[in-house]
Ligand binder design. Structure first.
Ligand code: 5AD
Ligand code: SF4
Length: 484
């Protein structure tokens, strides 16, 4: 993975859900939860934690202290899945202490009751489409029964709960659509997360207002295919809902991920241009630059159709950063086809990309394809691609030098004497502040960019005189941008 931005950043990293201290004080029912995988999983975990707290459980920061140990798992690539089984094997030793173990998420849905055979000390296996039923499942679990929640992949319902234990105090996540109906040939998600189901726009808007009331100023709308959103009440298109969420009084930043090129309409670009609180960033995974490979991947668009969408984004008045996901070594990918991915990168000039070696997944159509690419060759292609992006990213980031960009403060790095934050374009900014100035996380400050790297920017806090904002295209490099 070469990029540093976007929701997919989390996809390959094991995310331990931050222990929030917001736990109920009483009760001897305790749980520990560890989360692997994507932003959707991380947010599902926030809802699972909320549900458990509501059921009288107390969250603890270590396996040792917990009565119930839960793993929210990812199976997008083989490595992610192996991690879960390794972790379960590590914890066998706790079995004698009478702890209960539960496997949630994509590996749970994919492997089902086979998990009990591999790890007999597991007593709960539950896919994400069954989380709605967790309260009843917990009651069953408490009576010592083995519980499975695997039958709901065809459900029309979303996991909506008023109990969400949010672990990030400034950026609030809202799932607007669950599941996926696209069935890309390599991808396990449609089998693990079930069919697409959207929440009503009124329920999403209520949650957005609630979050702002709680002090959140940045919201990220989530979905495996966020722009395939269909309001069950028929009130709002995806673009209209973006505008409505971004117009909630008090909102500073709204992001959305992940968009599918097939459903990406020009109206999304128009709404970003029109509504300043929508961030200047689109994550639009292409996967391959070859139309032949895209067809084999069942991606439902050609290289030219993808580039047409990129042209819409690049024609916007705002300087919208574009990020993507790329897979190398899909079965049958020739050297020439791989080079088409490299030439597409030259055409698009992504701000950042997430790169992956193709990994064969259970149940997926690509398993039946011949001409597997040897791992060493996949590794070589990945390295070539990452090198190319490093160069493109470095060049792309140079355009910000001299600009004053608004940054949401995320933390401090005392060792380097720098603060860290993110721009609207989701770029990491390391910056200094004048002596004696202390910032608060979650606040917004103007930062003058003084230097750039392939994956980050550096700068100095500028005077808060209102010259900040940054995403309107500037006439030339180095010109400070103005708020659009
Ligand atoms: N092998 C490699 N990469 C994959 N992705 C999804 N499935 C696979 C797979 N089987 C990548 C895609 C997707 C990102 C989240 O993970 O690039 O956009
Ligand atoms: Fe997987 Fe394709 Fe659905 Fe994305 S659109 S979740 S890659 S099947």
């Amino acid at each position: 993975m070469s990029g540093s931005v976007g929701a997919h950043a989390a996809r390959t990293l094991p995310l331990s859900l931050v222990y929030t201290e917001r736990m109920s004080e009483s009760g001897d029912k305790t749980f520990y939860l560890e989360t692997f995988g994507c932003q959707m999983n991380a947010h599902d975990s926030e809802k699972v934690v909320g549900t458990l707290l509501q059921q009288g459980y107390r969250q603890v920061p270590s396996v040792e202290e917990a009565g119930l140990v839960l793993y929210n798992t990812c199976s997008i690539r083989d490595k992610a899945e192996q991690k879960v089984f390794n972790r379960l094997a590590d914890y066998k030793k706790y079995r004698a202490q009478g702890k209960q173990f539960g496997v949630l998420g994509c590996v749970a849905q994919q492997e089902g009751e086979k998990i009990f055979e591999r790890a007999p000390y597991v007593s709960l296996v539950c896919g994400s489409a069954s989380y709605r039923n967790l309260p009843q499942m917990l009651v069953q679990l408490e009576t010592g029964q083995r519980v499975t929640g695997l039958d709901d992949r065809a459900t029309d319902k979303c996991f909506e709960t008023e109990y969400t234990a949010r672990s990030n105090p400034h950026r609030g996540y809202i799932t607007i659509i669950e599941g996926c109906d696209k069935f890309c040939a390599y991808c396990v998600v449609p089998y693990t997360r079930g069919k697409e189901r959207s929440r009503t726009s009124s329920s999403v808007l209520d949650e957005a207002r609630q979050l702002v009331d709680l002090g959140y100023t940045e919201i990220q709308l989530l979905g495996q295919n966020v722009n395939s959103y269909r309001d069950p009440d028929g009130k709002k298109s995806f673009a209209e809902m973006l505008a409505a969420v971004a117009s909630v009084a008090g909102m500073r930043r709204v992001r959305f991920t992940t968009s599918h090129p097939r459903d990406f309409g020009r109206d999304i670009v128009d709404v970003i241009d029109a509504v300043p609180t929508l961030c200047d960033h689109v994550h639009l995974p292409v996967q391959s630059g070859s139309t032949r490979v895209l067809d084999a991947m069942q991606r439902l668009y050609t290289r030219d159709e993808y580039l047409e969408r990129i042209a819409w984004i690049q024609a916007a008045r705002r300087d919208i950063s574009i990020t993507s996901d790329l897979i190398v070594g899909f079965p049958g990918e020739t050297e020439r086809e791989f080079e088409e991915t490299l030439s597409l990168m030259d055409e698009v000039r992504y701000d950042s990309v997430f790169t992956f070696k193709y990994s064969a997944r259970p149940n997926t159509p690509a398993l039946r394809l011949e001409d597997a690419i040897p791992d060493a060759e996949k590794a070589r292609r990945l390295a070539v691609l990452n090198d190319k992006q490093k160069q493109i990213g470095a060049e792309r980031n140079q355009r910000h030098v001299g600009q004053v960009l608004e940054v949401m403060v995320e933390g401090k790095n005392p060792a380097r004497g720098q603060w860290i934050g993110r721009t609207s374009q989701i770029k990491v900014m390391n910056f200094t502040v004048p002596a004696g100035v202390e910032l608060t996380t979650g606040s917004y400050v103007p930062v003058r960019v003084t230097g750039s790297f392939p994956n980050s920017l550096v700068g100095d806090m500028a005077s808060a005189s209102g010259d900040c904002g940054g995403s309107k295209k500037s006439a030339g490099r180095g010109a400070a941008a103005e708020l659009g």
